[in-house]
Design a protein around this ligand. Structure first.
Ligand code: NAD
Length: 294
């Protein structure tokens, strides 16, 4: 088993580092938060005093940080100077494609091997070790990263060259945002037309309107498997995080001149819903902005 540096032990990183430790790795963990460090210690990791200290002598480095500026800062200020040339570097945060490529190129220029490896799946999947990883980097980098990512997930997919993992993540979540709004609209229209929401669910789930937002994550309470809609839209995937991913998608679209009118509308609607004080609610709660009363 290997010595692994883990930086960023928040909602997602805490569970991921715990799973690496559970798989027998010697995890040197660092976060700016003392509380996060305590939790990591209880989960079998060794808390250390800095990102550089975590990277010293590491065979693998995993980062799970809020945004591009944190990732660029941690790699530039700590990881690049401290990690051995033989280490495999994996950034699992969701960040903008441009920063992912820039940090990947900086690693390469220093003779280091790095992948961007953002995840699909929320806090529950991070804790359970059932995340999906979408990996950007060379074939050799992917092969080296795969065993570590497998210890934290159920699927590890090579998306392509550096930055391709982030591209896959934001394209996926752009579909999800637009699809959720369309699903909410359809439930509300069905209801207004006098069609029982359960009947709409039963029919659309086996028809061409089927989607993950409908079948696995219905925004209407009481239909389909249990979802945040059944818990007053608590827990799940926060509106603020959906908005973050849609913003990243819009930024990426404008950088390459891609036309994404549905994604842009979804970003605009999630921005308004977030600004109305709903950032902490599950993203399916946007059905309330469309007219659902309870
Ligand atoms: P979080 O805010 O809970 O955790 C981030 C952690 O990074 C915090 O503990 C913070 O103290 C730490 N941190 C920040 N700057 C640091 C630094 N310079 N050095 C060391 N530690 C530092 O966020 P999260 O929910 O765990 O999300 C992490 C990433 O995963 C984000 O990019 C997010 O978009 C992505 N993501 C989150 C979810 C989710 O459901 N929460 C799902 C998929 C992807």
């Amino acid at each position: 088993m290997a010595r692994v540096a883990f930086v960023g032990l928040g909602n997602m990183g805490g569970g991921m580092a715990a799973n690496l430790a559970k798989n027998g790795h010697d995890v040197r963990a660092f976060d700016l938060s003392a509380e996060a460090l305590d939790k990591a210690k209880a989960a079998g990791c060794l808390p250390v005093g800095s990102a550089a200290e975590a990277c010293d002598g590491a065979e693998a480095v995993v980062t799970m940080l809020p945004a591009g500026k944190h990732v660029e800062g941690v790699y530039t200020d700590s990881v690049f100077g401290a990690a051995p040339a033989s280490a495999i570097l994996m950034d699992c945060s969701t960040i903008d494609v441009a920063t992912a490529k820039r940090v990947g190129e900086a690693a390469l220029a220093k003779g280091l091997t790095m992948v961007d490896a953002p995840v699909s799946g929320g806090i529950a999947a991070a804790n359970a070790g059932t995340l999906t990883f979408m990996v950007g980097g060379s074939a050799e980098a992917f092969d080296r990263a795969e065993p570590f990512l497998s210890a934290m997930g159920k699927a590890v997919i090579h998306a392509g060259a550096s930055g391709a993992g982030q591209a896959a993540k934001i394209c996926n979540n752009m579909v999800l945002g637009a699809e959720m709004i369309a699903t909410c609209e359809a439930f509300l229209l069905a209801d207004k037309l006098g069609l029982d929401p359960q009947k709409f669910f039963d029919i659309a789930s086996v028809s061409s309107g089927q989607s993950w937002s409908l079948t696995s994550y219905a925004p209407w309470p009481g239909v389909g498997p249990e979802t945040p809609a059944d818990r007053d839209y608590q827990g799940g995937f926060a509106t603020a995080l959906m908005l973050k991913d849609l913003r990243l998608a819009m930024e990426a679209a404008s950088s390459v001149g891609a036309d994404t009118p549905m994604g842009a509308k979804a970003a605009e609607m999630y921005q308004a819903f977030n600004d109305d004080g709903n950032g902490g609610l599950d993203f399916s709660a946007i059905i309330r902005a469309l007219g659902k009363k309870e």
